[in-house]
Design a protein around this ligand. Sequence first.
Ligand SMILES: C[S@@+](CC[C@H](N)C(=O)[O-])C[C@H]1O[C@@H](n2cnc3c(N)ncnc32)[C@H](O)[C@@H]1O
Length: 514
Amino acid sequence: MGLLPKISPMSLLGLPLNTQYSTLASLAVKLPVTTLFRLTVTGANMPVQSKRQALGTLFDGRAPKQPARSLNSLWATMPAMQPIPISPTALFPTIEWQEAGQPCTARWRSERGAAPPKKVVLADDTMTADVAYRLACEGTALLWRGDFQNARQMLQAMARRSDESGKTDKRGRKPKVNPLASKIVADCSIDTGAAAVSGMDSAPAIDPAEAAKGFHMHRQAQAQRARVLGMVLINFDTDYAMALRRAPDARQACAEGWGPPAADETACVASLRELLGLISAHEWRKNGIEIAALGAAPNNRIYPHYGVFSPQRGEYVSLLVKMPLPKGEDLTVFDIGTGTGVLAAVLARRGLSHIVATDLDPRALVCAQENLQRLQVDVELLQANLFPPIEKGLADLIVCNPPWLPARPSSPLEHAVYDEGSSMLLGYLNGLAAHLAPDGEGWLVLSDLAEHLGLRTRAELLAAIKAAGLQVAGRMDTKPAHAKASDATDPLHAARTKEITSLWRLKVKPAKVS
Ligand SMILES: C[S@@+](CC[C@H](N)C(=O)[O-])C[C@H]1O[C@@H](n2cnc3c(N)ncnc32)[C@H](O)[C@@H]1O
């Protein structure tokens, strides 16, 4: 009985059934009234609703109700467990369709967490883009049976239709003005002087409500576009090969994103859009990105993995090279949310040798490990929620580049881009004082795009810094130079032209001497 897992009834009712139950598991749970339930958890990677339904069917064995008795005696009365035949597809979401008069089913894969489409029809080269687009808009998925390259072209044609429809309203009229473009009027300066310490110099004069409305409308449009374009589906064999004419060999790309195929892997279906994302991530991972802040080529590349925040915008990385290091010998550094490990690597190249880097995301940790090894820099990597455990001591420098936009991620892949409720930013600020050594510094990398989009004000940022018992000791700014910053067709262009990325130097505010 000592092996009974410790699971509180509340945690069961809250359904945090996570990946630790990714395989079929039988659990015995002790409830407060000494009732023994046998629970069979049938799968992870299920939407919460499915988990709820699954849990509804889990109570497959319940000992007869007894007056208070010991768990051991209840265990003895529990009927012997019967093996439950379970098909491999019960462990993950499935997609169903009809083909040649037969019902078919396969594992459904969606890294963006989309539910399997309920209506699926077969499609091939004879279908026109207009028909495909209409069906997709109606929520009917198209399982592709034609030539792979034609499917790609079909997707492009559907994307054009989606973009065109976004430019007009339902009656085909063009919207009057982009609310973001008309509201953003302030001109921001780059300044590292005294005004930077007050932090108030670049606050934009915008109507935050209007700007935020524009941003949320933009995200809604993006989500709708993703839903429609995600309706073109591809079948994969158990080794991720595709049996379509002119299909590329994307097995490696799939294995990098989905994990290597298991020994008992089943055939699966995923959207063509997801596959193209996997292929493009595979190319980035293969070729890497040159990071000037890491020194001269060739030993200055970072190789991002699928789903890990990519440092394509080099300007924020360069800030870490220019900022003077805190004084002292043998500094201890923490890099919070290390992603590809790029900031830790830059600091290691600056000569810092005692660096601990954390991330919550296992993919990020694997990616960082690979990059740091390749760059031959010594960094300790830990999976942690923000700061390393207290046994790792205090740090002289704690860097963090949290996601810059406080908004809800619409998929697990967006957790490195959107920081709902500014939780990572606030967690970092609020934990700094407790983890900094005397005279230590926090370096916060943050763009002010959120301010230009009406999602956060400068005053709110400064108030959060103050509330955490910190003060601004300096700031270094830079203007983004990446392609998106000058892309006039980007709906967020007006905000992006104003964007400034800053490295904030934060120190613990000295206590007042009374
Ligand atoms: C914007 S990315 C920055 C990555 C990297 N530091 C860089 O500058 O390229 C934010 C990173 O923080 C990680 N993250 C998010 N919440 C976290 C948390 N609570 N604790 C640790 N890491 C977290 C994400 O997985 C992601 O890798």
